[in-house]
Design a protein around this ligand. Structure first.
Ligand code: BGO
Length: 267
């Protein structure tokens, strides 16, 4: 059985360094069909049956850049077995914005927290076990530049792909928003597999037309969106963005400890 790993992360998170460390010289470079966005594929070193697809660097799964559209179309249409999400550990809160969206896709995710040499040097600490529990996925410390943790991250990704035990999305937004999203999920009904429903519900709430076009049957959710926008006096996309950042800051405080000494000397 062959396994497909999709490498996803923010620009500058160290994705290229990680891809090179995982694949060595085993790479094929081209373009994604129809667009001038580089497409890089490779085989995991020592595993002929494990392919790695390096997705363009992105900050979110919204439809506003070619890179975002290429990355999410691949994730939705090409059924990778697992996403290896490279996160810049020195900028973790911002990077988790994408992580939460990747988890919503219903594909198993392994998070590789990169730049750990930088994090360690700063004296900051990350509780990986706790972060993994909060996110509902494996979290592995890595320094792609130094080669530390790269093999472990790849092994965890392969294991997760083989386990194929389904995805349970643990994160939730505030109660009102959850009620609106679950009403949208109900209206989506059986037209989308269960594990992808949250992603589609959020995209319908946001009014993402490219995702609407991918659906065979699109439920009308305009009444829910208007109600939410009126009650919260904000547009639907900003409602989701705010909720996502609120959720991330609610978990990060318990998982990431800043070096207090460093803060004092810096000020
Ligand atoms: C330059 N640790 C450290 N310290 N740096 C890392 C690590 C790590 O674990 N991983 C990657 N980097 P990309 P994307 C650079 O290129 O892989 C560094 O966009 C420089 N270049 O070496 O390109 C990596 O593919 C001059 O840094 O990321 C690279 O995701 C001065 O992070 C940068 C300093 O990595 C981005 C750094 C001419």
């Amino acid at each position: 059985m062959s396994i497909k790993i999709a490498l996803a992360g923010n620009p500058n998170s160290g994705k290229t360094t990680m891809f090179n460390a995982l694949t060595g010289a085993n790479q094929f470079v081209g373009n994604w069909p129809g667009v001038t966005v580089e497409k890089k594929e490779g085989k995991l070193k020592g595993h002929k049956d494990v392919g790695i697809m390096d997705l363009p660097g992105i900050y979110s799964l919204s439809p506003y850049t070619l890179e975002e559209v290429v990355a999410r179309n691949y994730l939705i249409n090409d059924n990778p077995d697992v996403i290896l999400n490279i996160v810049d550990g020195s900028n973790i809160e911002r990077n988790l914005y994408l992580t939460t969206q990747l988890i919503e896709l219903g594909i198993p995710v392994v998070v590789a927290v990169n730049m750990m040499d930088v994090v360690e040097k700063s004296g900051d600490t990350i509780d990986f076990g706790k972060l993994g529990k909060e996110l509902g996925c494996e979290v592995v410390p890595v320094s792609a530049l130094k080669g530390n943790g790269v093999k472990e991250a790849a092994e965890k990704a392969v294991k997760t792909a083989k386990r194929n035990s389904g995805v349970k999305i643990l994160h939730s937004f505030d109660n009102r928003l959850e009620e609106w999203l679950s009403e949208i999920e109900k209206r989506i009904g059986i037209n989308v597999p269960d594990e992808q429903k949250r992603f589609y519900a959020i995209k319908l709430f946001e009014g993402d037309n490219k995702i609407r076009n991918l659906m065979n049957i699109v439920p009308d959710v305009s009444d829910i969106v208007s109600k939410a926008e009126k009650e919260l006096d904000d547009d639907a996309e900003s409602i989701i963005t705010d909720a996502r950042y609120k959720y991330i800051s609610s978990i990060i405080g318990g998982c990431y400890k800043k070096n207090k000494k460093k803060k004092l000397t810096a000020s």
